[in-house]
Design a binder for this molecule. Structure first.
Ligand SMILES: [Zn+2]
Length: 177
């Protein structure tokens, strides 16, 4: 999906998390996930992999940052050192949720655009897509406009926009009451 859409969805997750936190009470009180860390998590896969691909370090534009296998590795490291886990806390959770949302959206994109085998990027470096499109990220946008996944992105933007407006109105009416 387009880079900006990942950031927009991360903002949407932050709004949902804030609404859930606001409506939870007592022992079930939940803390909202910080927006900044959600956005960083959602941005990282492309910030890591696109430069690696363009520099020729990796063959694909989806590699280490887009691998679902990296997540269990991070969990193992975190569990091995509980001090690290405690330090990571809510920020680490937000980072992981943002990161995970990026992988899910990229997989949905290739599947609904009729290239399900491209979703094998999730298994890098154990498995990789048999014939991925070798189009640099900038040019890719022109191939992408008008594809089914592009319209899904438009819907995501509208949904997050509506969610933000609705939550701001709700907050405004709460302060009036
Ligand atoms: Zn990506």
């Amino acid at each position: 999906m387009l880079f900006l859409t990942h950031l927009v969805v991360a903002a949407g997750i932050a709004v949902v998390s804030r609404l859930r936190a606001a409506s939870s009470t007592g022992a079930a009180q939940q803390l909202s996930l910080p927006l900044g860390w959600l956005v960083v998590g959602a941005a990282l896969p492309d910030l890591i992999d696109k430069p690696l691909g363009m520099a020729g370090v990796t063959e694909l534009y989806h590699s280490v940052g887009h691998s679902a296998l990296v997540v269990p590795a991070i969990v193992v490291v975190a569990l091995a050192d509980r001090r690290w886990l405690a330090l990571a806390g809510r920020r680490g959770t937000a980072l992981a949720v943002g990161w995970g949302s990026h992988l899910v959206l990229d997989a949905v994109h290739v599947i609904i655009n009729g290239r399900p085998s491209d979703a094998l990027f999730l298994g890098w470096p154990v498995v990789s897509p048999p014939n991925p499109p070798a189009i640099p990220p900038g040019e890719f946008v022109w191939f992408y406009l008008g594809s089914p996944s592009f319209y899904l992105e438009v819907l995501l933007w509208l949904a997050v926009g509506a969610l933000v407006v609705w939550s701001l109105r709700r907050r405004a009416s709460d302060t009036l009451n």
